[in-house]
Design a binder for this molecule. Structure first.
Ligand SMILES: Cc1cc2nc3c(=O)[nH]c(=O)nc-3n(C[C@H](O)[C@H](O)[C@H](O)COP(=O)(O)O)c2cc1C
Length: 214
């Protein structure tokens, strides 16, 4: 008989793994072994051709975290201003809950217990290239969440990718994919997020062909 999952548990994990920013516990250290445990699960993720051309740089050195947080902030402020302007032009409220929470993360990033900078050997682009690291990142975030750790997928520090590479000794031939802050989360649990209904965004056998049964 096939193994049976506890869907209450797995569905809860899949629907409540949020970008954790304000609820990161900045005072409680995260053991290296726990991060390694999550990475060990993450590397079961698929890669194109099973090439596994990934490396994971974990940063828990306070000075290096501070330097990376500075780089992040240098990218964050101009990004925030330009996205506010775009929202205004679209007639939308420039202040969103995400920007408030993301602002908090930018301000406190140096205080997070650890950061993960996932890397790909070789410089590349396209679906096959980035698709060979992103599944592992999401697996890492799921593994972390199920162990009481909060994470957030971030990419803003990549505006300063070269400086970050220099700081961490990452060779020019290697790409950084993200910077994932890691910390225990505070509070109890998380809720599923609001998303556009799946029936509206799923097409069957052709573009824009939604299921008439819905
Ligand atoms: C490719 C990618 C890049 C992202 N970059 C950032 C970032 O630089 N800073 C940040 O605070 N959040 C970043 N996020 C997190 C998103 O803002 C977040 O996932 C989204 O608002 C949905 O929230 P949820 O994950 O809690 O459902 C990024 C997410 C993805 C997938």
């Amino acid at each position: 008989m096939a193994f049976e999952f506890d869907l209450t548990q797995t569905d809860h994990l899949l629907t409540t793994t949020r970008a954790v920013r304000k609820r990161l516990d900045l005072t409680r250290p995260v053991p290296r072994e726990l991060i390694a445990e999550c990475l060990n699960l993450a590397i079961q993720a698929p890669t194109g051709g099973n090439t596994q051309r990934w490396r994971f740089v974990v940063v828990d050195d306070p000075e290096k975290k501070a330097a990376l947080a500075d780089m992040y902030r240098q990218g964050w402020k101009p990004y925030l201003e330009s996205s506010k302007k775009t929202r205004e032009q679209q007639g939308l409220d420039p202040e969103t809950r995400v920007s408030d929470s993301a602002d908090y993360l930018a301000d406190h990033l140096h205080e997070v217990p650890a950061m993960l900078v996932p890397c790909l050997l070789d410089r590349g682009e396209g679906a096959g290239y980035w698709g060979s690291i992103v599944p592992a990142l999401w697996s890492f975030m799921l593994a972390a969440r199920s162990r009481g750790l909060g994470t957030a997928y971030t990419t803003i520090h990549l505006f300063k990718e070269n400086e970050a590479a220099e700081l961490l000794g990452i060779p020019e031939t290697v790409s950084q994919a993200a910077l994932i802050p890691i910390g225990y989360y505070t509070g109890d649990d998380f809720k599923p997020a609001k998303r556009r209904p799946v029936e509206e965004i799923t097409y069957w056998n052709g573009w824009k062909q939604t299921d008439p049964a819905n």
